[in-house]
Design a protein around this ligand. Structure first.
Ligand code: MG
Length: 391
């Protein structure tokens, strides 16, 4: 037995233990034309940790999640994050009192200095308890996404109006599916998911969507956009600005706001709406990227662990140099195993089964040549030992 073969036999079990402990890499259905990741792929990044916030009560606003960008959290200084919706900009005349932001009628809309696009947005608002006016004249304000599309704020607790101008409507586009409002004077909670339209060379690839949950009730269900909406005139589809401010409307009523925050969402691209299902070109590029990362990781390992990691890289993309290297390594491993006396074979069962599983998986996925010699030889050893029989 030469030095390398001895090393392979020696390090087999300890080296395997260094693999990520999130399951077998040769398990779920492999990547395909649209999916760069295998099903249950252990290389897929873990979700980013976000510390959840707390729910609001009528008496107390809740805390935002840890990665939220707070636009108004109750401090008087938070007003510095806003300005009058005028050009050139000037300070807003809206007021902060007791941790609450209040519209000063006739002072004009306000907008955030911060500009953003796709987001999860949380807004709490409250209508004057002293009811005045009717229809669109009762407690009217509004939340303008990218300064462009209005999610209506209105006292519709007991106040009919045209449906596409109702509270939680996408104004001029789509009514809410339900009236889930609390009484005027109580705090209402909107949780909004905004996805702006995706255009390429003037063609809409995705109309954009808005989802609204009002006081825990789904009222806009991934509603497709028809442009920014608007008053009186039919909305026209078209691209939205790259980014925009959040605007709050002054419609002449002293509506109150608190606890306004957002979480930016990853920009969608023309290649595909989600990371999970991509165009063939994008999937191919992502698979090459994953394969490269796995190969770089393999280069830090030794022995069987390195070989397995290299084999794993072939799940995502072929690479002639890697294939040549693993072919030599696996053939050597087979030689070692075949040279073992019968009473020592059982002690290597774990390694043999691991490699057998990997080679079977890769062969089935056409990631290894059908005539890969080691695949057949390991399968024969497994069969001869009866290890392939289910107990
Ligand atoms: Mg309005």
């Amino acid at each position: 037995m030469n030095t390398r073969l001895a090393f392979l036999a020696l390090c087999a079990l300890p080296c395997l233990a260094s693999a990520a402990n999130t399951g077998s890499p040769f398990y779920g259905d492999p990547p395909d034309e649209h999916h760069p990741w295998a099903v249950h792929d252990q290389n897929r990044p873990q979700p980013v940790r976000v510390e959840p916030g707390t729910f609001s009560s009528q008496e107390q606003p809740g805390q935002p999640p840890s990665d939220a960008i707070v636009l108004f959290g109750g401090a008087a200084s938070d007003l510095d994050k806003w300005e009058a919706d005028k050009n050139p900009p000037e300070p807003t005349k809206w007021e902060v009192k007791d941790g609450i932001l209040q519209c000063v009628p006739k002072s004009g809309y306000i907008r955030t200095k911060e500009q953003f696009a796709d987001c999860q947005l949380h807004v709490e608002w409250s209508e004057p308890a002293d009811i005045a006016g009717e229809s669109q004249g009762r407690g009217n304000s509004g939340i303008f996404l990218e300064g462009h599309l209005e999610v209506q704020v209105l006292d519709n607790y007991n106040n009919p109006t045209y449906a596409d101008g109702f509270a939680a409507s996408l104004y001029g586009i789509n009514p809410p599916m339900a009236n889930a409002l609390r009484k005027p004077g109580e705090w209402q909670v909107y949780d909004i998911v905004f996805r702006k339209p995706v255009y390429k060379e003037g063609v809409a690839l995705d109309p954009g969507y808005v989802t609204v949950v009002c006081n825990g009730v789904l009222v806009q269900d991934h509603t497709p956009l028809e442009g920014p909406g608007g008053h009186h005139n039919r909305s026209k589809t078209g691209p939205f600005p790259e980014k925009g401010p959040l605007k709050l409307q002054d419609h002449g009523n002293p509506v109150k706001y608190r606890n306004i925050w957002y979480r930016p969402l990853p920009k969608r691209t023309v290649e595909g709406a989600t990371e999970g299902s991509l165009s063939p070109e994008a999937a191919l590029a992502k698979r090459a990227e994953i394969a490269q990362t796995v190969r770089e990781d393999a280069a830090k390992l030794q022995g069987n662990a390195k070989t397995l990691r290299q084999l794993e890289s072939l799940v995502y993309a072929n690479d002639d140099a890697t294939l040549k290297e693993v072919t030599a390594s696996v053939n050597e491993l087979v030689t070692v195993v075949k040279a073992l006396p019968a009473d020592k074979l059982e002690s290597k069962k774990g390694d043999i089964m691991t490699f057998n599983n990997a080679l079977q998986y890769l062969t089935k996925a056409n990631d290894l040549p059908a005539d890969f010699a080691a695949t057949k030889e390991l399968a024969e050893i497994v069969k001869a030992q009866g290890w392939n029989k289910k107990k």
